[in-house]
Design a protein around this ligand. Sequence first.
Ligand code: WTA
Length: 655
Amino acid sequence: MSSDIEALLQEHRKFEPPEAFRAAAQPNDPGIYERAAADPEAYWAEQAAKLEWMTPYERVLDWKPPHAQWFVGGKLNVSVNCLDRHIRTARRNKAALVFEGEPGDKRTLTYWDLYVAVNQFGNVLRSLGVKKGDRVAIYLPMIPEAVIAMLGCARIGAIHSVVFGGFSPESLRDRINDSQCKVLITSDGGYRRGQVVPLKRNADKALEETPSIEHVVVVQRRPGITSGEAFDEIKEGRDHWWHRLMRHAPIWCEPETMDAEDILFVLYTSGTTGKPKGIVHTTAGYLVGAETSSRIVFDLKEDDVFWCTADVGWVTGHTYLAYGPLANGATCVMYEGAPDWPEKDRFWEICEKYGVTILYTAPTAIRAFMKWGAHWPAKHDLSRLRLLGSVGEPINPEAWMWYREHIGHNRCPIVDTWWQTETGSIVISPLPGITATTPGSATTPLPGYSASLLHADGTEIGVGGGLLALTRPWPSMLRTIWGDDERYVQTYFAKWKDRPDLYFPGDGAKRDEDGYFWILGRVDDVLNVAGHRIGTMEVESALVEHPAVAEAAVVGKAHDLKGQAIAAFVTLREGFKYDISLRDELRQFVGDKIGAIARPDDILFSADLPKTRSGKIMRRLLRDIAEGRALGDTTTLADPNVVNSLKEMYESQES
Ligand code: WTA
């Protein structure tokens, strides 16, 4: 079977960087691409020179496919690069983290404040017996302590494993056990949609079966609640209140000298199937990738207020809420709760209140904002915004245009950034002062990266659809999977048998005449209709172009003649109602837009789509529903109820 994917969507709108933006942007010289391509190692050496090294490295790259070492022999400490460097300058008193809790509480930590807290917490960890190379699990809400804990680990060379606060006790337990964490950092709760998420109580369940944990540090997120129902038990000897340990911790903590290739963190990705993989990132390469991409993709300037809305439990939060912006000395906004709490304009209120200049969020959020309506952002002054970013899923052109118009007021460039937990930092993205953007395309690989589009046999596709491959190693690439190097090799470097140097990210993509890449979705989700392989993104984008549609997910459903027929799951924008004529209209609409081959056979209207906790649509479960199977693993779902109600509706709406 051919691995080619049809290219259906025609999108020709192009937006050049506004002149004033271009003039001030760093970089704004298109020559950067050629210079980096001519000598990638020299390019990365230039980026690495932005960091503070304890010992210079001897060699930029040692590449024995599929294993890479970057900045061989170099020594450095990540927390020194994110903090100590800045407190020696006027940045000392600059806001590093501007935090707002869901209930409305606020805290601002200057670089000095953060530096003191991280030093103290490094000492706390040492006092609990944590040593270089030990693993520390972090299971916290989106509060400053999460960043303090991560940097505190980095300071003493402990490896952090952040587990998203929305995960269940079982998920936490499995992640702790997989990497044998010694200490767990959690809190007595976090706020989400007005409710308390009982993190410590979940942790206590996990802790029944995590023999490696010696100590638990508990952040008091809900001071004043010290007894009764809401109080989480503190187990004598094992559990410690964060604030008690911090009170007497010394303010200077000698930073550990870390080798460039020492592990900085492990982060588990659930993927859509199988046991979660502990993605391993190392010190220097990761930081070079995070620092460089934050600086050039977001054009970070001294007075920017950068808001990455991702949770620190995801890689986006690691790289663009913590390490990347802090290495650049930027001011970061951090918000604990839900975007629709107490009202659907919370994000815009925050943008206005803190003067956010750069907003980085996910298509799933943008589509929710579209669904809720443009009157919500219109209530707020968003005039300080100057750059918008998107990450996590393909952004449908319609959502891109909505983002541009209603949030960016046709003034802000949009960077659609493609990358993965495994890549550590952004790989394919516009540079906002250089690249002409097109709705729906992540455009081209950043300087220093090289991507290609391949057939299954490894031959290259010029224009058209196929398998995305990264053809050159990059500093922030994963080094292995924790405890399972064979799985690392098999998952990422075994797609093209005689080319162990080619990285396979698992995504399908197309390339247009301008050389721009369009991510078409996971290849596991590709549809095969009468022998035509069709990416999910293009059919979904066609549906979302219809004024009634807020969000769409399409899947293949077994069909006697065609192999697969297309089933579409659709949520409607506020003010629209489902009826049979709308269904027929949508089928026709997709047929007209991108061709009869892509016209859905079934359309199901629903209030919600099943999503992972990071907001990605789980098409695997939709396939189960469409084919009338028992539902597969639903443990990574954000809201397990969604699939059950979908299943019932599907059965009743099916014609
Ligand atoms: C998808 C998130 C299209 C893709 C940083 C990738 C995207 C997976 C984009 C990684 C984008 C991420 N356009 N698809 N801009 N960004 N993806 O590990 O399928 O949570 O392989 O990392 O998300 O998800 P992860």
